[in-house]
Write a protein that binds this ligand. Structure first.
Ligand code: C5P
Length: 296
């Protein structure tokens, strides 16, 4: 049994997020480019007789609705063993917020429990558990910059995109990912149509040049019309000279890229007038940094 340890659980944003169509299983076929960023929760793991979980944010459920507990249960089921652990989550990533906080916690829990309990579970099994826990969870087993297709669970790492001067702003609005998908009313596509659209998306991603190409998130139109406050965040960031800004996942967070540190600082100071918006200065976390931080 390992002694106790702590792991960072990073947030993500999406450089691009295309909703390709509706699938027969009710989920949506996606094409996205994920990116881990420096904003993070911290999860503390310690050996114990039983599974105990606590969190410093009272709004986070600590029973088996929490993906950290589900991750522990699934790992135990797959290894036919029962282990205990004392786990504490320091929550910093707004939840919900489109930043993948819960999914990141789930993936880090899988890595953490595997280490704490010295489990010999194959990567393939861990990947399957991750995909069953949530569409974004497999991405967080790898981190960095990566294309996500399928429900978002099929991950292909690509070259690092490096941005150091960014802001993530989260207004006080709760967007349900499920409802956001439903509001989009995208057509049910045949496999052939999906494959054609995916090929186009891939070409777009290959030439993704953040400061010159537009950042596309297909949730923006419907989310902005349902929640004008989120559109106001994006417009404000662009008025404050962000080079680019886009919705994170299905929101409510919006990220912005600045071309200089001073520009980001000036924007951050100006946003002091918006007391209900949470503000985070972030930079990208490459796959190398991610793996090092998690010891994988
Ligand atoms: O997989 P996850 O739990 O993150 O998804 C939350 C909800 O978002 C799903 O229940 C589904 O309604 C919707 N969803 C979808 N298509 C995806 C991912 C999620 O329709 N690719």
């Amino acid at each position: 049994m390992q002694p106790g340890f702590s792991l960072p659980s990073f947030a993500k944003l999406n450089w691009t997020l295309r909703v390709v169509g509706k699938r027969a299983d009710g989920f949506h076929e996606l094409f996205t480019v994920f990116q881990t960023v420096s904003l993070h929760d911290t999860i503390h793991f310690e050996a114990a007789g039983e599974l105990e979980f606590s969190c410093d944010d009272p709004s986070i459920p600590t029973d088996d609705r929490n993906l950290i507990i589900k991750a522990a249960q699934e790992l135990q089921a797959s290894s036919n063993s029962i282990w205990g652990a004392r786990v504490h989550l320091e929550k910093r990533i707004p939840s919900p917020g489109g930043l993948g906080g819960g999914s990141s916690n789930a993936a880090v829990a899988l890595m953490g429990f595997r280490r704490l309990w010295n489990l010999d579970v194959p990567d393939e099994t861990v990947n399957k558990i991750a995909a069953a826990l949530g569409s974004d969870v497999p991405f967080f087993l790898q981190g960095g910059t990566a294309i996500g297709t399928g429900r978002g669970e099929l991950i292909e790492p690509i070259g690092d995109i490096d941005e150091s001067e960014m802001l993530v702003i989260t207004p006080d609005v709760n967007v349900s990912t499920r409802v956001a998908f439903e509001r989009m009313a995208v057509p049910t596509l045949t496999n052939e149509e999906s494959n054609r659209i995916l090929r186009v998306c891939r070409l777009e991603a290959d030439s993704l040049d953040l400061l010159h190409s537009e950042l596309i998130n297909d949730f923006e139109a419907s989310v902005f019309s349902a929640y004008p406050e989120i559109k106001r965040v994006k417009d404000t960031l662009l008025d404050l000279r962000a080079a680019r800004a886009a919705l994170c996942g299905s929101g409510a967070s919006v990220f912005a890229i600045f071309d200089k540190k001073e520009a980001r600082q000036t924007a951050q100071e100006a946003l002091g007038h918006e007391p209900t918006w949470r503000k985070f200065a972030v930079s990208t976390i490459s796959q190398g940094k991610y793996r090092e931080a998690l010891g994988i």
